[in-house]
Design a protein around this ligand. Structure first.
Ligand code: PEP
Length: 250
């Protein structure tokens, strides 16, 4: 298996007014050159902060991302934001298919797939999220659900430099609960197998992030699991000290 450079991604969700730019700056200054040599870091801020975040960044160790994009480049879609707009505002990444989007906005696998292509077309790296609900897990359907979401949410021409996969069990997001290391390992090994079957060597190189209540206290264990190539971090990405402590797991 090829060595994969880890990615630690933060998702600020609908948090972060102007004063949060200080946290962003603290993350950028706190990422020692040593750490920045070992991993990539990206913070997905609310779109309203992107331009100011670009100006505020003191180092190139941190990249910026959006949290969603529309499938079209422009048009009559009130309230939506295109991938090209995110790119222009300073983003290099965009999260697509986060479970909160799938739930709150009824996003389907087919829509997530179209958004992934829209991200690529704008020159953004798509961070594509999948994950089972508590009920699906209890019914023993976790791998079925993840397999279906991967097949439906990913286009055919996935490349490892334009796409990142995030496994985020819905019941672990923002709850403080996490799967056991054995469970994470099982899902990530399954995803790796599916991705290699579909994409060959690119599938072997894709970065597979774990997300769901990653904290400084559990980062070493979760990030040490095989086929876990980084983390998608919600709550703990809002505080520079916590985000940096998670990065220190590498
Ligand atoms: C997320 O929003 O993607 C997430 C994983 O949140 P948290 O880390 O707060 O569980």
């Amino acid at each position: 298996t090829p060595a994969i450079r880890p990615l630690v991604a933060g998702n600020w969700k609908m948090h972060g007014m102007g004063q949060s730019l200080a946290e962003l700056r603290a993350i950028a200054t706190g990422l020692s050159s040593d750490l920045a040599q070992r991993l990539d870091a990206v913070i997905c801020v609310p779109a309203t902060l992107l331009s100011r975040a670009t100006d505020a960044l003191v180092s190139e160790a941190v990249s910026l991302g959006g949290q969603d994009c529309h499938v079209k480049e422009s048009g009559a879609h009130t309230g939506d934001i295109s991938a090209a707009m995110l790119k222009e505002a300073g983003a290099s990444h965009v999260i697509v298919g986060h479970s909160e989007r799938r739930t709150d906005h009824h996003e389907t696998d087919a829509l997530v797939r179209a958004k992934t292509e829209a991200a690529w077309n704008a020159g953004l790296v798509a961070i594509v999220c999948v994950g089972e609900t508590a009920a699906e897990r209890q019914e023993g359907r976790t791998l079925d659900v993840i397999g279906r979401q991967l097949r439906g949410s990913l286009p055919d021409n996935v490349r490892s430099d334009t796409t990142v996969i995030a496994y985020e069990p819905v019941w672990a997001i923002g709850t403080g609960q996490t799967p056991t290391a054995e469970d994470v390992e099982k899902v990530h090994a399954f995803m790796r197998g599916e991705l290699i079957a579909r994409y060959g060597s690119e599938g072997a190189r894709l970065r597979l992030l774990y997300g769901g209540s990653v904290k400084p206290a559990n980062a070493v264990e979760l990030l040490g699991i095989s086929n876990v190539d980084g983390a998608l971090v919600g709550g703990a990405s809002l505080k520079a000290a916590d985000f940096l402590a998670i990065c220190e797991a590498y």
